[in-house]
Design a protein around this ligand. Structure first.
Ligand code: NAX
Length: 327
C-alpha cells in the first residue's frame, strides 16, 4: 500500500465540494491504490463549519477504504499544512450589482493570503489547482505570492469547458463521445474562451471535414460552450457543481498521468500570443506526475487568432484590476 497523500480542498462545504470529495476519497482522482487524507478548509463562518461537519459525517458513512483521515478547519495554515495537492474551490461569489473589478479585488485578497500560506506550509511537491472564479486570475494572484513554489505548480481549471466542447462536437457529428479527440480550450474560463475546433479530430478525421457547417462551428458551437454555465444556472437555479467536480477530477487525474494530453490554464509565457504574465488555457502533455509541457505546435488561423486576442484582452484587463495588489 502506498503512503497517503494530503489533499487540501477549500470551499469544502460548498456545492462543488459535495460532489468532489467522494470522488477524491473513492480513488477517482489519484487512482485506486492511492490512499488520501482530506484536509477540508472552509470560511470562518459558523454555518459553513457546521455544514462541513455534516459532509465529513457522510464521508465517514461511505466507508471509503482509501480515506485515511479527515481534517476540518477554518485556518488555512492548518488546512494546507504538508498538502501535496491544494484544490482551491472556495471563492467569493459575485453579488447582485457587484462590479467585476470589486469581485476581482475581493477574491484577490483571499488568493493572496492562500498563495502565501501554501508557499509557506505545503509539501515540497505541492501542486495547486484553482476552480474558484475568476479562476485564471485567482490562480495568477496565488502564484504571484510564491517564492518557493514555481509558477508551473499553479494551474487553473478549463477542463469543464473542454468536456463541454467535446460533448457538443460529438452530438453535432452524431458520433460517440470517445470519437472526439484533441479539442482544447484557449484563454479565460469565461464566455470569451476559445474551443479550438480546427485541431480536433472526430473518428480520426479533422473535425472540420466531419462537421462542414462552418457557421455552426464559428457561431453556435463557441457560444454554447462559452455560455453553458449561464444556461445551467437558468435551468437548475444553481451553478454547475457535479460537472465542475467531475472536471476537477479529470484535471488532476490527467496531471498525474504521464502522456495525458489535455487543457489546463497555465502561465502563458507568451505561448499562442498570450500576454506572458497571464494564466491562459492551452494544451499540455503530462510528463511526470504533476509536471507537464505546453504543446506549442498548433497553428492558428485568422479566426482562431481573433478569438485568442479577445480572450487575452480580458485576461490582461483582469490582471490590470489587481495589478496594484500583486506587486
Ligand atoms: P458554493 O458557494 O456552493 O461554495 C463555495 C464555498 O466556499 C462556500 O462553502 C464558502 O463558505 C467557501 N469559501 C468562501 N471563501 C472561502 C475561503 N476564503 N476559504 C475557504 N472556503 C471559502 O460555490 P460552488 O458552487 O461550490 O462554486 C465554487 C467556485 O467554483 C465558485 O467561485 C464558482 O464560480 C466556481 N466555478 C468554477 C468553474 C470552473 O470551471 N473553473 C465551474 C463551476 C463553478 O462555477
Amino acid at each position: 500500500m502506498k503512503s497517503p497523500i494530503r489533499v487540501a480542498v477549500t470551499g469544502a462545504a460548498g456545492q462543488i465540494g459535495y460532489s468532489l470529495l467522494p470522488r477524491i476519497a473513492s480513488g477517482a482522482m489519484f487512482g485506486p491504490d492511492q490512499p488520501v487524507i482530506l484536509q477540508l478548509i472552509e470560511a470562518p463562518i459558523e454555518k459553513a463549519m457546521k455544514a462541513l461537519e455534516g459532509v465529513a459525517m457522510e464521508l465517514d458513512d461511505c466507508a471509503f477504504p482509501l480515506l485515511k483521515g479527515i481534517v476540518m478547519t477554518d485556518d488555512p495554515r492548518v488546512g494546507f499544512k504538508d498538502a501535496n495537492w491544494c484544490l482551491l474551490v472556495g471563492a467569493k461569489p459575485r453579488g447582485p450589482g457587484m462590479e467585476r473589478a470589486d469581485l476581482l479585488k475581493d477574491n484577490g485578497t483571499i488568493f493572496i493570503s492562500q498563495g502565501q500560506i501554501i508557499d509557506a506550509v505545503s509539501a515540497a511537491d505541492a501542486r495547486v489547482a484553482v476552480v474558484g472564479n475568476p479562476a485564471n486570475t485567482n490562480c495568477m494572484i496565488a502564484a504571484s505570492q510564491a517564492k518557493r513554489l514555481t509558477p508551473d505548480r499553479f494551474t487553473a481549471m478549463v477542463r469543464l469547458d473542454q468536456n463541454r466542447a467535446q460533448t457538443q462536437l460529438a452530438k453535432k457529428a452524431g458520433v460517440d463521445l470517445t470519437e472526439v479527440k484533441n479539442i482544447f480550450i484557449y484563454g479565460n474560463h469565461s464566455p470569451t474562451m476559445f474551443p479550438a475546433f480546427a485541431h480536433a479530430t472526430i473518428a480520426g478525421k479533422p473535425a472540420t471535414s466531419v462537421i462542414t457547417d462552418t457557421a455552426w462551428l464559428h457561431g453556435a458551437f463557441c457560444e454554447t460552450v462559452g455560455k453553458r454555465g449561464a444556461a445551467i444556472i437558468a435551468a437548475r437555479g444553481a451553478s454547475s457543481a457535479a460537472s465542475a467536480a467531475n472536471a476537477l477530477t479529470d484535471h488532476v487525474r490527467s496531471l498525474v498521468t504521464p502522456g495525458a494530453v489535455h487543457s489546463i490554464a497555465v502561465k502563458s509565457n507568451g505561448a499562442y500570443g498570450f500576454d506572458p504574465a497571464v494564466w491562459a488555457g492551452m494544451p499540455v502533455r503530462t510528463t511526470t506526475p504533476g509536471s507537464y509541457e505546453v504543446i506549442t505546435s498548433y497553428v492558428m488561423d485568422d479566426f482562431a487568432k481573433s478569438k485568442i486576442a479577445t480572450t487575452n484582452k480580458e485576461l490582461v484587463d483582469e490582471r490590470g484590476f489587481v495589478a496594484d495588489m500583486i506587486k
